[in-house]
Write a protein that binds this ligand. Structure first.
Ligand SMILES: [Zn+2]
Length: 264
């Protein structure tokens, strides 16, 4: 359990493991729980039962099945469960659609988040920001970022720039434990970065102890995550060498970096 500094005193944020490497983030006090991206209902219901919590709302970041697969069972188990997520009507079970700038109030745990639209991984992708925390689904990962399944490199780059402008104290709650593999790639791109080298050691120790590497703090990510560092000279140089051409701008660097990682 983590009690992030920006949350009300009684609120903890717990990762509920699901599938191979998903975390369903659960925000809870000692009576109520909110979950983000429940790809599977069973571990959520089990956690609520064990802790004696009433599930009070579900937040969804995008339409992929490993983020939405539990909606139907949770809605069947909990009467009138609010399910908040992207607009468009394409995700079955959403009861309230939200868009950029909307506020999401969660009175059961006394929290409030605003919505960021972050297209790139998918076109419908949104993130929830508040209490010095960001729930960003598959947009930003520790030392990496989501694949471009639907959006363009330019869209994803713009979305990551929105995240870069948040307070550096923001804790990043992403959905997958991909950190160790991401760091391996990051070290190839940004080999001489001492902060990345130190981060790599911490990640290895943490994973060897079977602990999550998340949430990730934005300040660290700004220093070590190559996908947030396309404006960095060493990263740009390394990516230009991979692409075997001079890359004219940050978007071109980002685009080639994503391609490099896709084939790594
Ligand atoms: Zn996804």
């Amino acid at each position: 359990m983590t009690n992030a500094p920006g949350f009300p005193e009684q609120v903890n944020v717990t990762p509920i493991p699901a599938f191979n490497d998903n975390y369903i983030w659960c925000l809870h006090n000692n009576s109520h729980a909110i979950v983000v991206d429940p790809g599977d209902a069973d571990p959520v219901l089990a956690f609520c039962r064990q802790q004696g919590l009433t599930l009070s709302a579900v937040l969804i970041t995008h339409h992929h099945r490993d983020h939405t697969g539990g909606i139907a069972s949770l809605s069947a188990a909990v009467k009138d469960l609010p399910v908040i997520g992207p607009r468009g009507g394409h995700i079955s079970g959403i009861t309230k659609s939200v868009a950029q700038g909307d506020m999401v109030k969660l009175p059961a745990i006394d929290c409030e988040f605003s919505v960021l639209e972050v297209p790139g991984h998918t076109l419908d992708h949104i993130a929830y920001v508040g209490h010095n925390a960001l729930f960003c689904g598959d947009t930003l990962f520790a030392a990496g970022c989501g694949r471009l399944f639907e959006g363009t490199a330019e869209q994803m780059h713009r979305s990551l720039n929105k995240i870069k402008r948040l307070s550096p104290a923001t804790a990043i709650y992403c959905t997958h434990e991909y950190t160790q593999a991401n760091v391996k790639f990051a070290l190839v791109v940004d080999t001489d970065n001492p902060k990345l080298q130190a981060y790599s050691e911490w990640v290895n120790t943490t994973r060897n102890n079977n602990c999550p590497t998340l949430p990730a703090d934005l300040a660290t990510q700004l220093a070590i995550n190559p996908f947030l560092r396309c404006d960095n000279e060493a990263v740009a140089k390394s990516v230009s060498q991979f692409a075997n051409t001079e890359l004219s701008d940050e978007i071109a660097v980002f685009s080639q970096l994503r391609k490099w990682k896709d084939n790594f």
